[in-house]
Design a protein around this ligand. Sequence first.
Ligand code: AMP
Length: 282
Amino acid sequence: MRVEATIAGIRARIAEARGEGKVAGLVPTMGALHAGHGALIERARRECGYVVVSIFVNPIQFNQEEDFSKYPRTLEADLELCRSLGADAMFAPEPQEMYPQPVLTKVEVAQVSEGLCGEFRPGHFQGVATVVAKLFHIMPVQRAYFGEKDAQQLAVIQRMVADLNFDIEIVPVATVREADGLAMSSRNVRLSAEDRRIAPVLYQALRAAADRIGQGVDSASGVRQAALDVLARAPEMRVEYLEIVDARTMQTVKTVRGPVRIAAAVWLGRVRLIDNVAVGSI
Ligand code: AMP
């Protein structure tokens, strides 16, 4: 596996691969890799002749300095995982390589970015869309893999690609969970032992809401209440938002008709967890 820290280096690798007629696939990450990232890399490996994993903790998408500085960084283990899954290249630039000067050009995906996490993390999706646009220009791949775990991010990127005519297919990958249902996340390592025990209640709440839809309830408030009832069992969990949204536009719905996502963010101690479940095929 080639490890490249420079834009020129990774560009040359991808040009080579595409010159050989290979389909190139990108898995963009912030590192601290776990089995959730692994599922994206494996899927890319099955579908692409040349697989690149990028690792970049993107400073412009963090709105709390503490979250950025405490974000886990485990480069050696990440290299090992990518090698073992058969990735062809890793792009791991320093912030100076990505942002040699303050970035004045930003990508804003309106509407899709506005509710849910966008409401509580101002500027977050602008930072995400901007860095992903940069990555797509740096690495002209044919496919890019994104997890449904970050459903709003996925929707933002899908819309950006459509609006700005990136010639890249966005491939969504289902959320990988721990045995107790907790969605895998690089931030889970920051949970205390007690909070880790409580954390699966989030997924249980989302499942309860999805089951309520399965029972024929179509009022979003009734569905939402099913999740809130479960969350009430874990008073340590502070709910930031819990919404039923249209799966494509990420706009809150009042009545469940087409495909929706039940999406939530909660705080456990100083750790913020997000998760969602989809109901209806998207
Ligand atoms: P991150 O490193 O957290 O920015 O995530 C990089 C990519 O991995 C994003 O597309 C995430 O949605 C995806 N991802 C993170 N956790 C999971 C998970 N548990 N299951 C599936 N995909 C995930």
